[in-house]
Design a binder for this molecule. Structure first.
Ligand SMILES: *[C@@H]1O[C@H](CO)[C@@H](O)[C@H](O)[C@H]1NC(C)=O
Ligand SMILES: *[C@@H]1O[C@H](CO)[C@@H](O)[C@H](O)[C@H]1NC(C)=O
Length: 255
C-alpha cells in the first residue's frame, strides 16, 4: 500500500518539481544552519545533529525559505474511504491540524552521497495529536454512522521511518536536489479516537461507537493509514522541496 502511494506521488510530483527548479527564487540559509562536509567520515552524525537542531525553526516555519510550519501541520482537506471489515465509512476531514512534531527526535540517520539517498528513523516525545472537523457516511457493524462534528485522534509512542532518494539537477553550475522517491511509515502503541456528534448526536450510540473504534483501533488504523501517510507525504515533500529548490548542494555542504 505504501508503495502505491509512493509511486503515485512520484508521478504527480515529478513534473511540478522539475519545472520548479528553473523558477526557484534563491534564498539565504538560516545563520545557524549546520554545514557538513560531504567527505566527513561522521557525515551521518553531522546531518543528524544539524537536522535535530533545526527542529524548533522548522516547527515554526521559515517564510523566506517558503517553509510551512511543521507544528501544527495544517491540511485543508483529507478524505478517507474505508471499505473493508466491519467498518465501512467515508470520512471527509476539513481543517486538519496535526500537533506535536516539535517534540520530534531523530534516532538514526544514514545517508549515501553517492546514491543521493537518505534514511532516517524518529520518534516524538509527545503523542501526535490530530484535530479536525469531519463528515462521515457509512456504517460500523450494521449501525449507520452519518454525522459531522469534531474529531480528535492521538497516537501514543509515535515512531516513523523515512526513506528518500534524490536526483541531482545541474543548473548554472550548481547542483540542486530533486526528491525522486519518498517513502514513510509509522507505528504507534495505541491510537485514541473521539468523535463528537457521530450519530446525529445520539449519546448512547455515540459512546458505543467511540468505544468500538477505540477497542478496535488497530484494524481501524490499518484502514486509515494509506490516506494519512499519503497526505503527510504531500505536506512533507512540499516543505522539503521548497528548501531544496532554493539551496544548492554546494551551499548545504562543503563538497
Ligand atoms: C535505505 O534503506 C533501504 C531499504 O532498507 C536500503 O536499501 C538503502 O541502502 C538504505 N540507504 C542508506 C543510505 O542507508
Ligand atoms: C452537519 O450537521 C448539522 C446538524 O447537526 C447540519 O445542519 C449540517 O448541514 C451538517 N453538515 C454537513 C456538511 O453535513
Amino acid at each position: 500500500m505504501a508503495t502505491t502511494s509512493t509511486v503515485k506521488l512520484f508521478f504527480s510530483l515529478t513534473s511540478v518539481l522539475l519545472c520548479a527548479v528553473n523558477a526557484a527564487p534563491s534564498s539565504k540559509l538560516p545563520k545557524d544552519f549546520v554545514v557538513c562536509k560531504l567527505k566527513d567520515p561522521a557525515l551521518n552524525e553531522c546531518i543528524k545533529n544539524g537536522l535535530q537542531s533545526s527542529i524548533p525553526l522548522l516547527s515554526k516555519g521559515v517564510p523566506n525559505l517558503g517553509l510551512l510550519p511543521l507544528d501544527p501541520m495544517r491540511i485543508t482537506t483529507l478524505d478517507i474511504n474505508q471499505g473493508t471489515g466491519s467498518v465501512k465509512i467515508k470520512l471527509s476531514l476539513k481543517d486538519v491540524e496535526i500537533l506535536n512534531f516539535h517534540t520530534l527526535v531523530i534516532d538514526e540517520l544514514n545517508c549515501d552521497p553517492k546514491t543521493y539517498s537518505l534514511n532516517l528513523t524518529l520518534h516524538t516525545k509527545e503523542p501526535i495529536r490530530v484535530e479536525s472537523l469531519y463528515t462521515s457516511k457509512g456504517s460500523i457493524l450494521i449501525m449507520p454512522i452519518n454525522g459531522n462534528g469534531t474529531l480528535k485522534i492521538a497516537y501514543d509512542d509515535f515512531k516513523a521511518n523515512i526513506r528518500m532518494v534524490f536526483k541531482p539537477e545541474l543548473k548554472n553550475g550548481n547542483t540542486y536536489l530533486v526528491i525522486e522517491t519518498f517513502y514513510w511509515g509509522f507505528t504507534t502503541s495505541k491510537m485514541h479516537q473521539s468523535y463528537t456528534n457521530l450519530i446525529g448526536g445520539n449519546k448512547a450510540l455515540k459512546d458505543n461507537v467511540n468505544l468500538f473504534l477505540n477497542e478496535n483501533w488497530e484494524e481501524v488504523l490499518n484502514d486509515f493509514k494509506p490516506a494519512i501517510t499519503e497526505a503527510l507525504s504531500e505536506y512533507f515533500i512540499t516543505i522539503a522541496h521548497q528548501f531544496f529548490i532554493r539551496i544548492p548542494l554546494e551551499k548545504m555542504f562543503v563538497v
